[in-house]
Design a protein around this ligand. Structure first.
Ligand code: NAI
Ligand code: SOE
Length: 389
């Protein structure tokens, strides 16, 4: 019988919705899970948003002061889905109150802040989880299985990218994602970190980087309301302009601890790209490739195939693949973003109850911010930079 855990959710934007859908579906998808979430209380910045979120997302209660969640003895886990600049304060307060904490990526604005959050959570002895949800898709978990089984042999190289085009329009107003003091960094922390997470998950730690970043539009219209226009048709900008002080595009050469070479690229100006999170891994016995826009497929090429039949084959995810029991009886019926987010939150909640390890956790959040920091340093120095302490 699953233990009920009361969730306190802070933030009710894009990810507030995604996490609420996950909490609603976990009991149905995973009847045998150790924990089942209860949507207990939600907080946003004012009464209107918070009340609307409770009604829309199915929470019992709401408040416009996130500290109420921390001080509520009935709350078992705090889930932080606010803009990056408030993650640190909220996560440390929750940890110090002995709550288990899940935080969206990035863990904090930079590597120093992220380390502080990681250490506060470690000291408090709580369970932590990170919002690197894409890696929880069936295809990613299956890719890891193939690699761990040696199906692609000795790994020679990783190439990955995260391309979309939501920022390409100069009329898109400034929002927190364009401001260093609110976002920490630009596309490198906001998007490229998802590919870094996949790379670390599949191939282990990244040791050093050589990077180049660019701000493609140096100013944008000041917003006339406090909203994030992410991906929508531009509206709500004034004729006054404000500076963009973070990167819009990046290219990074990486070397893993294993010595494997990799190359990463990310841009939010890649016209025509939606959510193109792509990687390819080449090895001595085969290759794997993946594209999130077709996230129910994993492409696999094996040198064991007959010479004349060699090339990529498309494997469609289904009941035979990781977490298959939770979904549909036939391959190709398909799962997506909501299901990957549900698996990520389910794994975290289960660990709260059964005491197991969470993967990814705040240490991963901190280590990834170290890689971001090294890439930003490399952009300044023009040299390779080591990532970790
Ligand atoms: P958003 O701007 O759509 O929503 C943020 C919400 O937080 C807003 O409703 C805002 O009013 C609220 N908020 C801000 N300050 C607050 C405070 N002090 N107390 C309570 N509520 C507060 O942002 P979005 O897109 O949901 O991003 C949130 C976080 O999730 C970010 O850290 C972002 O990087 C991450 N994210 C992760 C994704 C993933 O796939 N893992 C996808 C999108 C965002
Ligand atoms: C914007 O680039 C964004 O919402 C990111 O913040 C998310 O992490 C990404 O997965 C979707 O795009």
């Amino acid at each position: 019988m699953a233990k009920k855990l009361n969730v306190g959710l802070i933030g009710s934007g894009f990810m507030g919705k995604a996490h609420s859908i996950a909490y609603a579906t976990i009991p149905t998808l995973f009847p045998d899970a150790a924990a089942h979430p209860h949507r207990y209380i939600v907080a946003d910045v004012n009464d209107e948003l918070s009340k609307e979120a409770a009604a829309h997302f199915g929470f019992d209660k709401w408040t416009s002061n996130w500290k109420d969640l921390i001080n509520d003895d009935s709350v078992d886990v705090i889930d932080i889905v606010t803009p990056n600049f408030v993650h640190k304060e909220m996560a440390i307060a929750a940890a110090e109150a002995g709550k288990h904490v899940f935080c969206e990526k990035p863990l904090a604005l930079n590597k120093q802040e992220s380390k502080e959050v990681y250490e506060a959570a470690k000291k408090a002895g709580i369970k932590t989880g990170m919002g690197f949800n894409y890696r929880k898709s069936q295809a990613l978990a299956f890719a890891k299985k193939l690699i761990d089984q040696g199906k692609i042999g000795t790994v020679y190289g990783f190439r990955g990218m995260y391309l979309n085009d939501w920022a390409k329009d100069p009329e898109t107003p400034l929002s927190w994602r364009f401001e260093k003091n609110k976002a920490g960094s630009g596309v490198i922390g906001d998007q490229c970190t998802h590919v870094m997470d996949m790379a670390r998950y599949l191939l282990g730690e990244i040791d050093r980087v050589s990077a180049w970043t660019k701000t493609l539009l140096k100013e944008r219209p000041k917003p006339t309301a406090a909203f994030d226009d992410l991906g929508k048709k531009p509206s709500g900008g004034s004729s006054d302009m404000a500076p963009v002080d973070v990167d819009d595009a990046c290219g990074i050469l990486v070397e893993f601890n294993s010595g494997v070479m990799g190359v990463l690229e990310s841009s939010r100006f890649a016209t025509g790209r939606g959510n193109h999170i792509f990687f390819e891994i080449n090895g001595s016995k085969g290759s794997i490739r993946f594209d999130w826009e077709r996230n129910n497929e994993l492409w696999y090429a094996s040198n064991d195939d007959e010479f004349e039949e060699r090339g990529y084959r498309r494997i469609i995810m289904g009941p035979a693949h990781p977490n298959g029991d939770a979904f549909w009886p036939i391959a190709g019926i398909n799962t997506g973003y909501a299901e990957a987010t549900a698996i990520n939150l389910k794994d975290f909640l289960d660990a709260v109850v059964d005491g197991g390890d969470v993967d990814p956790n705040f240490e991963d959040g901190w280590r990834i911010e170290e890689i971001v920091d090294a890439a930003l340093r490399s952009n300044e120095s023009g040299k390779w930079e080591k990532c970790h302490e």
